[in-house]
Design a protein around this ligand. Structure first.
Ligand code: PLP
Length: 394
């Protein structure tokens, strides 16, 4: 399989698996137990906490709390902060957040909170004046992702943090799930209060994530029960998974192949855009403002689902956008927010690379893709651009 769907999930790195294995076999104690096996497990969890803190540049390891996934971290950060500060009824977020934030904010808007949804432009970028204007005295939390899961567009969280500090006393939550391990992050140097990450996006297993809670920010426990995670999230720690997350973070700190991933991504993107006439890039063409591993490309007048199926038949895995949405038939809210016309949004394919992709794999994808697109264009129900525009719901 040529796996170009690494923003959906990543392969567990062999080094990560190796680090986890003893915690699934010989080290089976409960980290809350007082005996030596328990203490060994606890030490492993604390070591993982240090490894996570180091990768994201947290000032203190106590600022890291282990969770089960990125969605949990996002939900806890936003829901928890608002629960803790009931007088603050206003939330600011963007139109292009992942469902973990977007659907939670939709829900909060239905139960009495007011949500300001910041718009993006055609490149998927924010206008920071909109944020300045949206901040209010009762704004409790601003939630902005660092990297968009579909387009890879990066939001300037350093600048956003400064604006929030200058103009309000709202807290700043960042969904960092797609960025961690792909670009450098140093939270102690920027004004971020809450930061979510997820193991399975950086070669750790599924089922483990973390929430960074800046020292001084109070959140109610996400799970009420025992004293695990210093009473902030009860439930027996998933030690093997946590060890896996720690190992993946350590691997990411020493990883020096980012330029090669970017080179392969650039080659894929450039050649598609050059050789396939109905291909257009989604997201800013300025690559310094995008993740180095991601390309979202629309093939106008063809269905993304059909492209995906043809590629899959040839052993190439891609996504039509966010993986969570592939089972529904709606076009992506992110692409809609960017005003991508319906005829292009329906044909969007996300290619997302990892350290395990090779030049040969990219060459193979580049070889088969033009033929697939050409075949689908011939069969397209859109027989002219004019008709496509007529079919557009916009
Ligand atoms: N946030 C972003 C930007 C994501 O891409 C994802 C997953 O795709 C999530 C949150 C949710 O993470 P998880 O799958 O670990 O719940």
């Amino acid at each position: 399989m040529i796996y170009l769907d690494n923003n959906a999930t990543t392969r567990v790195a062999p080094e990560v698996f190796e680090a986890m294995q003893p915690y699934l076999t010989e080290h089976y104690g409960n980290p809350s137990s007082a005996h030596s096996l328990g203490r060994k497990m606890k030490a492993a969890v604390e070591r993982a906490r240090e490894q996570v803190a180091k990768l994201i540049g947290a000032a203190e390891t106590s600022e890291i709390v282990f969770t089960s996934c990125g969605s949990e971290s996002d939900n806890w950060a936003i829901g928890g902060y608002l629960e803790q500060n009931p007088a603050r009824r206003h939330i600011i977020t963007t139109r292009v957040e992942h469902e973990a934030v977007r659907n939670l904010c939709e829900h909060l808007s239905q139960i009495g909170f007011e949500v300001t949804w910041l718009e993006v432009d055609g490149n998927g970028e924010l206008n920071l004046d909109d944020l300045r204007q949206a901040l209010r005295r009762d704004t409790g939390i601003v939630s902005v992702m660092l990297a968009n899961n579909e387009t890879g567009v990066l939001f300037p969280i350093e600048e956003i943090g400064k604006i929030i500090r200058e103009h309000s006393d709202a807290v700043f939550h960042v969904d960092g799930v797609q960025a961690v391990g792909k670009i450098p992050i140093s939270l102690k140097e920027i004004e971020v209060d809450l930061f979510a990450l997820s193991g399975h996006k950086l070669h750790a297993p599924q089922g483990v994530g973390a929430l960074y809670i800046r020292d001084g920010i109070e959140l109610p426990p996400f799970i009420i029960g025992g004293s695990q995670e210093r009473g902030r999230r009860a439930g027996t720690s998933a030690v093997a998974n946590i060890v896996g997350l720690g190992a993946a973070c350590e691997l990411a700190v020493s990883f020096d192949g980012h330029d090669e991933i970017e080179r392969l991504r650039n080659k894929l993107e450039d050649e598609i855009l050059q050789h396939i006439p109905n291909a257009r890039l989604n997201g800013t063409p300025d690559r310094s403002k995008r993740l180095p591993n991601t390309s979202s490309i629309s093939f106008e007048y063809v269905e993304g689902e059909n492209i995906l199926a043809h590629l899959d038949n040839l052993g190439i895995a891609v996504s039509t956008g966010s993986a969570c949405r592939s089972t529904t038939k709606q076009s992506s809210p992110t692409l809609r927010a960017m005003n991508v016309p319906y005829s292009a949004a329906q044909g969007a394919i996300r290619f997302s690379l990892s350290r395990y992709n090779t030049a040969e794999e990219i060459d193979r994808a580049l070889k088969v893709l033009p033929e697939i697109i050409d075949k689908l264009v011939q069969m397209s129900p859109y027989d002219s651009e004019l008709q496509a525009l007529k079919m557009s719901p916009r």
